[in-house]
Design a protein around this ligand. Sequence first.
Ligand code: AGP
Length: 608
Amino acid sequence: MCGIVAAVAQRNVQEILLEGLKRLEYRGYDSAGMTVFNDGVLTRHRALGKVAALTAQLDKAALPGFSGIAHTRWATHGKPSEANAHPHHSSDQVAVVHNGIIENYEAIKESLQRSGYAFSSETDTEVIAHLLSEKLADGLSLFDATQQIVNGLGGAYALGVMCAQEPGVVVGARQGSPLVVGVGINEAFLASDPLALLPVTDRFIYLEEGDLVELREQGAIRIVDRHGNDVERPIHTFEHGDGAASKGDYRHYMLKEIFEQPTVIEAALEGRLSAQSVLIESFGPDALALFQRTRHMHIIACGTSYHAGLVARYWLERYAGVPVQVEVASEYRYRHPVVPEGTLFVTLSQSGETADTLAALRFAKTLNYVGSLAICNVPGSSLVRESDMSLMTRAGPEIGVASTKAFTTQLVALMLLTLSVSKAKNQVEYLDIIAALRTLPEVCQRVLALDSQIEILSQAFAEKHHALFLGRGAHYPIALEGALKLKEISYIHAEAYPAGELKHGPLALVDSEMPVISVAPNDDLLEKLKSNLQEVRARGGKLFVFADESVGIDVQEDIRVLTLPHVHEALAPLLYTLPLQLLSYHVAVLKGTDVDQPRNLAKSVTVE
Ligand code: AGP
């Protein structure tokens, strides 16, 4: 998704803005640009493609100045091109960067055109520049002009704007898309994500929906809420350190994040289990009472987070006896859901800013849920702030667009939820699962040690165009997640099925060209899964099986087997995720794709 960086500093801002854009590259984008107040005028550079292309332009013609705005664009309205890249200007008097979608831009554009404004892009954003220009011509300050025009903007936006008349001023606004203020020493900054600003500050203000902010020289920051009242927002210190935003010795962020999983799983558990018990209060002081009243759950999420929710359904129904409905947020928010009495609304999100999930939460708050719980990786995010309760997954910043450690820590959090609800409602503690959770980081470490064997397996996929993933029970969502990973980063078409469903249609696809990947933990569905695998072999399919060391599937010409250490049945979905992540990673590397920033995708999907 689009990324915004802005600065009002006591030094040249070009490098601050460029470094910020590089740090936002993970969000996914197709062009980049920057406007700096330079020598009395707003001067702009824009480039199609990577931030490196913008850097190359700036190497030839630098943009020194003390205030500026910059942007990475992920195309929504208008193709990726230099003309559609931000910032958008109005007569070189106003410059605007925008993340989000202005839904009523067509009507605004027609009205502006009638007033004589000429448009130079196909974007929805350009209307904002001309609207501001109109207001500034009426004599308003940039801040007042922004305050007036945002009232007429429908849809979602985070904005950074500046104008030639007020050189040391940047104004920001937030409605539906994330924006943070970086608090420096006599300097102030804006960005879509704190990571962009870590070289210049570790202190951040998370703007609320409807907030408007003005940055001025000497680090002056003024925030006004949606009602026009001046407000003080708390300053948070970023806890993860800047190291989290670097690749270290790894070739890709994704690989680093896969290998971080033992550490972050340990972090996700820390302080949430006592010797014999799960600590329900990890979910907040009201959790016990709320879980006791919980008779149903609705879990809403998107993408990988949705897959975590699907695993949790198996856990919550089996171990806590709570009926669960899991749904993708973009569908849920437009249904007319029937909410049984005593239903808890649960959202899952790495970023906490996913537009569909956030909209689903806001919609759910109008219905008769007993409460809302967000399981999230970003403490100050909108989802966390707007939910009744939250549990942080503690995965640390995840830069690779393909989610890895965020998923496994979500699963840990969901198992803690399962154990907590079981304890609160039924007075049942699963001591065996609690004990197994403690050993999980070490078992994960042993699976990651299989990396070189998985790399060898990956060679069989590099020339393939399709793949099938199979799993049963709680491993069906793991198969879905494996297929999503392969699709996202290697661009191989992959589908996942519950293994028992194969014979109802997808078996027709199986021939010697179709690799079929299956996860085979030693659980009560193992024998049924083995029969399904025979159905594949009988049609000449090539099987790749990740199996528990005790299941006894023999390696043969048409079956390649990688054995995994034994783990408690309940936790197997967590463990079997790891080899599928590594497989996708190595296939993508062999195919030479952009592993961390796959084509067409964005990390934080802040538009509908
Ligand atoms: C997963 O690899 C993807 N990046 C994507 O499916 C992601 O999980 C989805 O967009 C939801 O994001 P969230 O967890 O930040 O809400």
